[in-house]
Ligand binder design. Structure first.
Ligand code: FMN
Length: 316
């Protein structure tokens, strides 16, 4: 397993709790970190850079002196993010251990994080994006496969991991519809080092998801999730019923720039149209993040213990 050296002995299961817009909170991050899972949140979950810095205070205070996993922050590296420079400055000054970049890759951002010893992992959905990220100097890749909540790739996870592994021997994290410790072990057997898990942590008391968002996850299955570009312009997985409630045909080919959300009432993308991955069918109740992390670690270990038995009865 290729894990950054600083993380050795700090995780109880090789999982990153993925950043989720309007869902991840400092409480969710710290509950994960205190239970052996690397917790993260998007800097944009706070309305201002000062607010973002206050969240870092809360996380650091809670984790100070504890036996905890590292935490991370997601920065959107795109010209639409007017806060990038200010948020990056705070991120670097506060020495955030892991920065997850999405929607763009900039060597200057990576260099700034490296200067204070932080690591940069970058979200990719194809080999071409991965090549750009590797050239730019990222430390790790996050393979976002088909079925992931929010912006998702089109590739099957087996295909994506195999393709990325041709050129990259460093830390590789696989995301997309993973919810259980057994699947974390499976991701490693496929060639990934870690799992990237978002949707599983929406139905927790620590998340700031709307009650309706949680309920739809508890009641739904993979078929209730649809890939649509109507919300952000980039294909992303949302709960079909929340798309329909916003007047969007879940099976339509609409893309965001054709729709002006400002004129369709008070609906706001992501707040009122809810993202989720295809793994929702295995989520049956709201449970504390600590319990989810502990069970993931337990089931991961159990799966690894059973793994040698899978070849029983075969010719050698
Ligand atoms: C509600 C929701 C919000 C998300 N917001 C972000 C975000 O702000 N930034 C980001 O990089 N990824 C975001 N994602 C994607 C996740 O970080 C991750 O790729 C995904 O959750 C993994 O697939 P899974 O949900 O099937 O576990 C979001 C996903 C969900 C479900």
């Amino acid at each position: 397993m290729t894990l950054p050296k600083d993380w050795h002995g700090r995780l109880s299961v090789p999982v990153i709790a993925a950043p989720m817009f309007l869902v991840s909170t400092p409480e969710l991050v710290t509950a994960c970190c205190l239970n052996g899972v690397l917790g993260t949140f998007p800097a944009l979950n706070q309305r201002t850079t000062d607010g973002y810095a206050l969240w870092l205070d809360r996380i650091e205070e809670r984790l100070d002196g504890q036996d905890a996993a590292p935490f991370g922050v997601n920065l959107v590296v795109h010209r639409s993010n007017a806060r990038l420079a200010a948020d990056l400055e705070v991120t670097v000054r506060r020495r955030v251990p892991l920065v997850i970049t999405s929607l763009g890759v900039e060597p200057e951002v990576i260099a700034a994080v490296h200067e204070t010893g932080g690591l940069v992992f970058h979200d990719v959905t194809t080999r071409r994006f991965a090549e750009r990220a590797i050239t730019a100097g990222v430390d790790g890749l996050i393979a976002v496969a088909q079925g992931a909540g929010g912006h998702a790739g089109a590739l099957n996870p087996f295909a994506l991991v195999a393709e990325l592994r041709r050129d990259f021997a460093g830390p590789l994290v696989l995301g997309g519809a993973l919810t259980h410790g057994t699947q974390v072990a499976a991701a490693q057997l496929m060639g990934a080092d870690m799992a990237y898990i978002g949707t599983r942590f929406i139905a927790t008391p620590e998340s700031s998801a709307q009650p309706g968002h949680r309920d739809m996850i508890l009641d739904g299955g993979g078929g209730d999730v649809a890939l649509s570009a109507a919300v952000s312009g980039v294909p992303a997985n949302f709960l079909r019923a929340s798309l329909a409630a916003a007047g969007i045909d879940p099976d339509g080919a609409e893309i965001a720039h054709e729709r002006n959300f400002g004129t369709t009432g008070n609906l706001r993308p992501w707040r009122d149209i809810w993202a989720a991955g295809q793994g929702i069918g295995s989520i049956g109740k709201v449970e504390p993040a600590a319990k989810i992390c502990r069970e993931m670690a337990r089931d991961y270990r159990a799966a690894l213990e059973q793994a040698p038995g899978l070849a029983a009865g075969l010719r050698t």
